[in-house]
Design a protein around this ligand. Sequence first.
Ligand SMILES: Cc1cc2nc3c(=O)[nH]c(=O)nc-3n(C[C@H](O)[C@H](O)[C@H](O)COP(=O)(O)OP(=O)(O)OC[C@H]3O[C@@H](n4cnc5c(N)ncnc54)[C@H](O)[C@@H]3O)c2cc1C
Length: 491
Amino acid sequence: MTTTAVADLLVVGAGVAGLTAAVAAADAGLTVTVLFKPSTGSAPSTSTAYAQGGIAVVDPSDPDDSIDRHVADTVGAGGPLVDVVATRSILADGPAAVDRLISWGAAFDRRPDGRLKRTREGGHTVSRIIHAGGDATGAEVQRALTAAAKTRPTLTARPAQAYALLADGDRVVGVRTAEGDAFGRTVLLATGGAGHLFSSTTNPLGATGDGIALAEAAGADVRELEFVQFHPTMLYTPGARGRRPLISEAVRGEGAHLVDANGDAVMDGVHPMGDLAPRDVVARAVTDAMERTAAPCVYLDATMIPDVADRFPTVTEAVRAAGLDPQTDLIPVVPGAHYLCGGVVTDLHGATGVPGLYAAGEVARTGLHGANRLASNSLLEALVMGLRVATAAQTAPALPGGPVREIAPPHARAERDALQDAMTRSCGVRRTVDGLFGLTALLADPAFVADAPAVSSRDREDAVLTAVARRMAGQALARQESVTEVVEVRP
Ligand SMILES: Cc1cc2nc3c(=O)[nH]c(=O)nc-3n(C[C@H](O)[C@H](O)[C@H](O)COP(=O)(O)OP(=O)(O)OC[C@H]3O[C@@H](n4cnc5c(N)ncnc54)[C@H](O)[C@@H]3O)c2cc1C
């Protein structure tokens, strides 16, 4: 085992949140260490790289849009649990954060007059979503941040899976990995989401909720895990499990609509915003339509979009790989686990309440998303909060220099496919009290969950998944009401 020097900022995660914090901190003169999970094969290992639709950000020169309007749309989607003060603060910093990203080399799609192109997605009342490469926004954000990180001399990044935190007294000072310990005056968890709690998801393989389990083990407040956003249009392939391609909501923003197996419009009479209703509403309507027609999927009709392949190259590639052409064929889709709205509670600087420990990006719960994230608000949140953590790290005190102790999630773990199937059955789009009682009992049953020490990195992920599943099921059971259905949607 090797022990590295103490960095000013230790970042766990190399997606948009982690790398934004890392690059900004390096630009402020700090030393930075970034750790990330090794990728499997050539598939990207961050959700960031897969993001399609774009970044929701107000154009300050647009008379039809304003921060107030963006806040109102965010509350319209997320419901009463959205923290309006936090939301206003984060969204107001959005335009400057995007400018910073552009200054680091990110190239977004532009109109002939040079202004950024903007589109609409579900829940937005104006076109404010900027995008890159048509529907390859995340790939461009990841490329630009990775390239920027490589040019910062005080920043080093290496693959290593953090499986425990290290604390000196009550202060978190580092993480433990199989390759050695890493220390930082500030420790940032930027580990992304937990889509692999479910049998099929849009998330990359490493999205197993590690940061949540680590922070919870250290005593951080972990809240609103029950609010998992199921994206209504994940590409359906019979029998497939694990990561599945997403059909971006921006496709519906350009005019596509959902039809059931009988050809009837899925969203007719369901919601005033029709196919662009908030995601939870559309995901429930899709589930209803599948049950009504006894079909395994519904269909997205994008045939009316002119040059769909040019506007949505990523989607087109995925659909073609399934043997279909989006210009002429209906695209089979189902809801899939997509985004974790809750997570590790932070303040508006990214601090968790555990000394030394910060969280940003999908792992964090700032109050922006409430019960249902507004489309394309997450990249923006990760950018803004990443920048804020970089600022906070500049005033962190030196480490105390005492002995360190390891803080790790419990060993207990369930076999992954069985865990995912149980979560999908009982904690998916539709939940019942009986189903959730059954799930919590199963997750407490020693015949289902073995208490065995983790040896491999896969074991450690399974332990994390089990810990987060237990927490999520408990919080879902405690939440008896459906939060977003009661929200009045403005015209
Ligand atoms: C298919 C898809 C499309 C999306 N489209 C959009 C969109 O258009 N607009 C939008 O705003 N949002 C979108 N989202 C959501 C958005 O992409 C994510 O919420 C965001 O990218 C999360 O960024 P992050 O930095 O928090 O995490 P990620 O980008 O997921 O990065 C997590 C990092 O943490 C590392 N990590 C995890 N655990 C450990 C560990 N134990 N040790 C070391 N490293 C670890 C991973 O290796 C990775 O480097 C989309 C998501 C998906 C999956």
